[in-house]
Design a protein around this ligand. Structure first.
Ligand code: SIN
Ligand code: FE2
Length: 214
C-alpha cells in the first residue's frame, strides 16, 4: 500500500472484490512479539526450501506451525501433521498469531474462523511465488488469512481461472489480506521481492498464511 502521510496511521481497508479485502496495518499488534516468535518457531521447525512435484527448488523458504503443515516434494502438495525434516509435530500455533487470524477474518466478515494451519513463508530479495490457487484444504467455506511482514511486496491477485487478468496490489509490513466466499479459489502470487532492509525483520519478507485444513 501507499506510504501514509501520517506515519503510523493505518491504511483504510480496501475491498478487492466480493469476499476479498486488504486490512491495512491490521497486524501492527504483532510488532513487539513477532521477532521472538519467529526465532523460536524456526528453531523448532527450520525454514527450508521445498521441492516442487516437478523437481524444482522453490525460491521461498517455508516452515509451519499449528496442527497441520503444508509441504511440497516430488510426491506432491499436501498437509502433514509432522515436520518431515525433524519427524516431530509442527510447533503449536502461538496464541497471538491465532488470535490475529481470527480477528482478521471477523473484521473481513467471516465469523467463526478457527485456523489449524499457519504456513510461514520467508522471501529473501529476489524470491517469488508464482500464480496458484490454495486448494489443498478440505473445506473451501473457510477463508484464507494472509499476513505480510517485513519487506514490502507486490501481491498478484487474479481470477478463478489462470488466464484471468491479474491485479497488482502493494503490500507493506503488517497489512493483512483476507479472501474467501466467492474469492476463495482465486489465483494469487507474489512478484520477486525487491532488495531492502526492514527495521524489525531485516533483509526479508515474511508471510503468514492461516487456513482451516481439517
Ligand atoms: C501464499 O500464497 O502462500 C503466500 C502469499 C504471500 O506471500 O503473500
Ligand atoms: Fe497461496
Amino acid at each position: 500500500m501507499q506510504d501514509s502521510l501520517f506515519g503510523d496511521t493505518p491504511q483504510p481497508d480496501q475491498t478487492l472484490c466480493e469476499g476479498a479485502v486488504v486490512l491495512g496495518g491490521y497486524a501492527r499488534r504483532l510488532d513487539p512479539v513477532i521477532g521472538g516468535l519467529l526465532e523460536a518457531l524456526a528453531q523448532d521447525a527450520p525454514f527450508r526450501q521445498m521441492e516442487t512435484p516437478g523437481g524444482r527448488k522453490m525460491s521461498v523458504a517455508m516452515t509451519n506451525c499449528g496442527g497441520s503443515g503444508w509441504v511440497s516434494d516430488r510426491a506432491g502438495y499436501r498437509y502433514e501433521g509432522r515436520d518431515p525434516l525433524t519427524g516431530r509435530p509442527w510447533p503449536e500455533m502461538p496464541a497471538p498469531l491465532r488470535d490475529l487470524a481470527r480477528d482478521s477474518a471477523t473484521q473481513a466478515g467471516f465469523t467463526g474462523f478457527d485456523p489449524d494451519a499457519c504456513l510461514i513463508n520467508q522471501y529473501l530479495p529476489g524470491a517469488r511465488l508464482s500464480l496458484h490457487q490454495d486448494k489443498d484444504e478440505a473445506d473451501f467455506s473457510q477463508p484464507i488469512v494472509s499476513v505480510s511482514l517485513g519487506l514490502s511486496a507486490v501481491f498478484l491477485f487474479g481470477g478463478l481461472s489462470r488466464a484471468d487478468p491479474v491485479r497488482k496490489i502493494g503490500l507493506e509490513h503488517s497489512d493483512v489480506v483476507v479472501w474467501g466466499g466467492p474469492s476463495r479459489l482465486r489465483y494469487h502470487g507474489i512478484s520477486p521481492v525487491k532488495e531492502g532492509d526492514h527495521a524489525l525483520l531485516g533483509r526479508r519478507r515474511i508471510n503468514l498464511t492461516f487456513r482451516r485444513v481439517l
